[in-house]
Design a protein around this ligand. Structure first.
Ligand code: ADP
Length: 397
């Protein structure tokens, strides 16, 4: 069935939305609401005839989504009349319950709400997005697409933390992984780019944005990923620490009396690039590095060192790698990170071509040398399109 899919990504303090044609990938309209609950709320809406850009306080997610629908109706047709064939909702945590896109009914909403203990900032916001959208668009199917679903296939050796099994089970502790929609989409595009069946390939995908994660994918199925029970584990990120010795948490609590909430704030919002250099945005970091700032240089080095460790681990976990793909704002744009994270790996059959790596492009492209046994690609991610396609496929087959 043709028509557009409304994709809603209702995050902890923002809501992103898109109207997209799943077949053609045509983006009909898209927008963003930011700083929900703060005095300087902001909405931007791009549509075929122009741009709406307003600053106004937005009390909560419910008000935010209603505002989106009002503005869509104000500048064009109300969404109910705009030929929307389905609504795709990004849901962060599917726990052990959801392993694939799922048609939403009241029971599914209740299960997503029940999983809030695992994602306290995200799942409640996802639930509100779903509730308001179902009220406003009651006649179209709504589909939940889970960030964790692609990693449902992780072997037990990769998903199990080596802690007391009873404690782990009682608290639903395992590696779930996140950014799954992106890792699945990008690995599929990488295989298509190479003209190969995903079943034939050992892949590493590096999703490097504000949040960052790596995955090892064998024959189209994820066998390991760097994020864990929460999106805090793994690579160095804009404001998140990624891997640390868990003993640091105990030490901070015992030695400096920091509370759990203070440590949560430290590791999620005041660590990573920001904690090391004062800035979380990679472009700002590079400007500081260029200006000779030593803290920024160390932050860059720590970021790249961690990335190289994961790449090495995943090459071994996979038993060799056919293709390494960079995606996300940093992975798609940052020449230095791509070069430095794979530098000196010629003996492993991995060679980035300097000229290809430095050529600017928004397209899917190969940046490895012709002599490189492993293909190195840059593939722009498109989670919204992947969600729209997943929703369409579930509803219309
Ligand atoms: P999110 O995880 O919020 O979706 P993105 O994937 O948009 O984040 O990535 C944001 C990051 O990408 C920021 O650190 C930003 O500085 C970086 N980035 C975006 N464009 C460029 C660029 N041209 N060069 C270097 N870094 C970039």
């Amino acid at each position: 069935m043709s028509g557009t899919v409304l994709v809603i990504n209702s995050g902890s303090s923002s809501i992103k939305f898109q109207l997209v044609h799943p077949d053609t990938a045509e983006l009909v309209a898209h927008g963003l609401i930011e700083r929900i609950g703060e005095p300087d709320g902001h909405i931007v809406y791009n549509h075929s005839t122009g741009l709406v850009d307003r600053n106004l306080p937005i009390a909560d997610h419910r008000d935010g989504l209603k505002l989106v629908l009002d503005i869509v109706a104000e500048v064009g047709r109300p969404l109910r009349e705009a030929g929307v064939i389905a609504v795709g909702h990004r849901v962060v945590h599917g726990g052990n319950v959801f392993s694939a896109p799922t048609l939403i009914d009241d029971a599914v909403v209740a299960e997503i709400a029940d999983l809030s203990a695992l994602a306290p900032l995200h799942n409640p916001a996802n639930v509100i997005g779903i509730e308001v959208a179902r009220e406003e668009l009651p006649d179209v199917p709504h589909v939940a697409v889970f960030d964790t679903a692609f990693f449902h296939t992780l072997p037990a050796a990769a998903s199990t933390y080596a802690i007391d099994r009873d404690v782990a089970t009682a608290n639903q502790i395992r590696r779930y992984g996140f950014h799954g929609t992106s890792h699945e989409y990008v690995s599929g595009r990488a295989a298509a780019f190479l003209g190969k069946d995903p079943a034939e390939l050992n892949q590493i995908v590096l999703h490097l944005g504000n949040g960052a994660s790596a995955s090892a994918i064998k024959g189209g199925k994820a066998i390991d990923t760097s994020m864990g029970l929460t999106p805090l584990e793994g690579l160095v990120m804009g404001t998140r620490s990624g891997d640390i010795d868990p003993g640091i948490i105990l030490h901070l609590n015992r030695n400096s009396g920091m509370t759990v909430d203070q440590i949560d704030d430290l590791l999620n919002r005041r660590s990573g690039l920001k904690g090391l250099s004062g800035v979380n945005d990679f472009r700002a970091l590079l400007e500081l590095v260029d200006a000779g700032d030593q803290d920024a240089k160390l932050a860059y080095d720590v970021y790249v060192h961690r990335l190289r460790k994961y790449i090495g681990a995943y090459i071994v976990a996979l038993g060799g790698v056919d293709v390494i793909t960079f995606t996300g704002g940093v992975g798609e744009n940052n020449i230095g990170v791509r070069r430095d994270s794979l530098a000196g790996l010629g003996r492993l059959g991995i060679e980035v071509d300097d000229a290809l790596n430095t050529t600017k492009s928004r397209d899917e492209r190969r940046i490895s040398a012709a002599s490189s046994a492993t293909a190195v690609l840059v593939v722009p991610t498109n989670e919204e399109l992947a969600i729209a396609r997943a929703a369409q496929a579930l509803v219309f087959g």
